[in-house]
Write a protein that binds this ligand. Structure first.
Ligand SMILES: NC(=O)c1ccc[n+]([C@@H]2O[C@H](COP(=O)([O-])OP(=O)(O)OC[C@H]3O[C@@H](n4cnc5c(N)ncnc54)[C@H](O)[C@@H]3O)[C@@H](O)[C@H]2O)c1
Length: 437
């Protein structure tokens, strides 16, 4: 099929590449000329495992190309997917101006029947607004259908998630659009759930809220474990072995971040309030998430006493491993807090350094080129992201290099008993802190 994707970011680019990989002809549209130029030159502007290979393979096969022109995309596709940002406004509400602009632009160049699919994460009832907007600016009076097709990929394994989805949700009200959408997804051989548009939109916010809730649940339990001497990893194993619950997303840590959960939870709270049915449980999810970082910082302060002029190494800048995405990363918040208190932060991340360096809040951070270089002469190490590179580090060597072997592990990468035996003072989440034996 001939498809176009408007917005070539983490979602649009991966979706476009994977659609091309199963045999569709795809045009990826973006209004950032630098991004388009770089993609046309064969450079992939984001890091996502396996993505570069899929893009190169499909560009060579002439199934995938990039353009800055929305008209090019609309003219050359039966279905247009919208994958532009839906950021959070100060009020918590979603900024829908990107979606509205794209809807207007598509309407302006629409000359014959097209299916317009919203893949961005949007509040329930946005599909109605998109349809209204297209109708208003539809100069040629072309026929169209609006469909909601929320995306569930996880950064860090987006290609594999796209190629092997748990389910495809298609929210539509018209048989013709549903048939076309089913054809797009046929090669993926995944279960397809067809719903009305409002339900499809709601599914995305409900899914992300539930996952955030699961994280906050285990994080709240981690505080109880610390206070009672229990081990949150064992508790999570015990709960997670119950198939009704499952172990995934039961990893205690310094809280969720990233470009989705914080904004989607805030949006869902707002949406529920506007509908007159406030979802207050989600406010508690937010509160626990913020508390988790504060609790971690408190342990750092209590242990080091004064942070001023202390050299603190930080491993991890991205909001999760296997991505270069640093948007709303808890690691960056932690670093900003420590810098404010006068610490000298030396930071390393396998993929997130380039983007972190550009941030004003990171002024003063000493970015280094390896995990070992970061801890050279450090008085403490803070582990903020669970990259496997950190979990596989040579701990004896690490201890030798540090001035004082103190580790604050926000991602529970190591076994406390082993750390004590190796001579570390080791603090983690939801488990007893240990001192050298
Ligand atoms: N990142 C994720 O893991 C993820 C997962 C599921 C859903 N989502 C949702 O998908 C949407 C996109 O997220 P993302 O992470 O890909 O964002 P992103 O910022 O990585 O990419 C968005 C792209 O859209 C482009 N763009 C903006 N306005 C445009 C316009 N008028 N015309 C053409 N291009 C335009 C930007 O230049 C950018 O390249 C959001 O609604 C997000 O909530 C994201």
């Amino acid at each position: 099929m001939d498809l176009s994707i408007v917005g070539s970011g983490y979602v649009g680019l991966v979706t476009g590449a994977c659609f091309a990989d199963v045999g569709h002809n795809v045009v990826c549209v973006d209004n950032d000329p630098r991004k388009v130029e770089s993609l046309q030159a064969g450079k992939v502007p984001i890091y996502e495992p396996g993505l570069e290979e899929v893009i190169h393979r499909n560009v060579s096969a002439r199934r995938l190309r990039f353009t800055g022109s929305i008209k090019d995309g609309v003219d050359n596709s039966q279905i247009i997917f919208i994958a532009v940002p839906t950021p959070q406004q100060a009020s918590g509400e979603v900024d829908l101006s990107y979606i509205e602009k794209v809807a207007r632009e598509i309407a302006g160049v629409l000359t014959s029947y097209r299916v317009i699919v919203d893949k961005s994460t949007v509040p329930v009832k946005t599909g109605e607004k998109v349809a209204e907007s297209i109708k208003r600016y539809n100069r040629h009076g072309a026929e169209f259908d609006v469909v909601s097709n929320p995306e569930f990929l996880r950064e860090g394994c987006a290609v594999s998630d796209l190629m092997h989805p748990d389910r495809i949700v298609i929210g539509a009200q018209n048989a013709k659009a549903i048939d076309l959408m089913k054809k797009v997804y046929e090669p993926f051989m995944a279960p397809i759930l067809v719903t009305d548009i409002n339900s499809a939109e709601l599914i995305k916010h409900a899914a992300n809220s539930f996952l955030a809730l699961k994280i906050s649940y285990i994080n709240a339990l981690s505080a109880i474990c610390e206070a009672s001497g229990a081990d949150v990893e064992k508790v999570a194993d015990g709960i997670g072995m119950d198939r009704r619950i499952g172990r995934s997303f039961l990893y205690a840590g310094i809280g969720y971040g990233g470009s989705c959960f914080p904004k989607d939870i805030a949006a869902f709270i707002k949406i529920s309030e506007q509908l007159g049915t406030p979802f207050n449980l989600l406010k508690e999810v937010q509160r626990i998430n913020a508390t988790q970082r504060e609790r971690f910082l408190k342990v750092i302060r209590e242990t080091l006493w004064v942070l001023r002029e202390k050299k603190i190494a930080v491993w991890g800048l991205t909001f999760k491993p296997d991505t270069d995405d640093i948007r709303s990363s808890v690691a960056l918040d932690l670093i900003a807090d420590m810098i404010k208190e006068g610490a000298h932060v030396s930071a390393y991340d396998p993929k997130g350094m380039e983007k972190a360096r550009e941030l004003k809040e990171m002024d003063g951070v000493h970015f280094v080129s390896s995990a070992m270089e970061a801890i050279e002469g450090a008085e403490a190490l803070v582990i903020a992201t669970e990259w496997s590179e950190f979990a596989n580090i040579d701990l004896a060597h690490l201890k030798q290099k540090m001035t004082t072997p103190i580790i604050f592990d926000g991602r529970n990468l190591f076994d406390p008993k082993t750390m004590a035996q190796l001579g570390f003072r080791y603090h983690s989440i939801g488990r007893a802190s240990v001192t050298p034996q």
